[in-house]
Design a protein around this ligand. Sequence first.
Ligand code: IPE
Ligand code: IPE
Ligand code: MG
Ligand code: MG
Length: 326
Amino acid sequence: VSTAVPALEAVVEAAGPRVRELLEALERRLIELVSGHGEPLAHHAGATIAAGGKRLRPLTAFVAGGEHADGEGLVRAAAAVELVHSATLVHDDVLDAADLRRGRPTVVASGGRELAIATGDLLFSRAFAELAANRDAGQLRVLSAAASALARGELLQRADAFDATISVERYLLRCELKTARLFEAACQLGAAQAPDGEAVARALGRFGCRIGLAFQVLDDVLDVSGPAERTGKRRGTDLLDGTVTLPLILARQRDPGLARLDARLLSGVDEAERVCDAIAATGALELARGRALEIVAAAKADLPALHGRRASALGLIADGVVERYA
Ligand code: IPE
Ligand code: IPE
Ligand code: MG
Ligand code: MG
């Protein structure tokens, strides 16, 4: 298994051979979980899983669980989190009208809206069936809370679409809901498989929430900077679908032309890319990246004292969420 992101490869290395085995078991389990629900769902759900992705949330769950966690429970929890993530990506690409994901056509682009909605629903339902096998209602509640937050976050994003006057606080709230809470769940579910107790699980959840927030801020930087060959997603997608992100908020304060911009009037991908260049020229990307780095630093500073490889691997994950192109 290769995470295709050097910074994450360093995490796997630091976390030890068991995590590599867990990642391999995860891949096998994910494929099993999405097969056998009839064509064409199996085709599209299978292709979504087969397209890969960084598997960052499973990796985070494994590392959060540590060396004494139950392996089978960890794989089920990680698979469940990754399936919720994959489901939301398939639905997200419908909402964002995105045509490229993980370097391939999105389900909505290749199969249409109805199929994309059904594929996301299937992935979503498989997640909860898998987590139920851990026989712990608390774990189901954790995942359900994250999935509910995600839905709220995606709706908040639609509600705020094309409103360039939204505040940084409101932007961060959206990021927390749509992205950070699932990272929080990944950490909590990983910790739930280990014999550490509530306080450690709560602290790891806080850590997950922070690195998830930084992860989304950096994703929003990458939407402007690309390049698509490295991100696997099209540049300027956020501008075109009206998603006002930190780079644009900061750039508007520095460039009067951008402050006057009405993204509804953008003619298409080429013009969106020119606006991305204008945003980059203001220095807003460095500022946004700086904000992500601050959040990562806060996450690391607040980690509980943990033994063995766990603490160092968690620190490397925190660094990895902002040192990436995919
Ligand atoms: C993309 O997440 C969605 C966001 C929360 C920004 P990832 O960048 O983790 O997607 P994959 O799984 O690696 O494709
Ligand atoms: C994250 O936001 C999406 C979800 C949490 C589902 P984005 O819309 O920025 O994610 P990408 O860029 O499409 O992966
Ligand atoms: Mg999107
Ligand atoms: Mg994005």
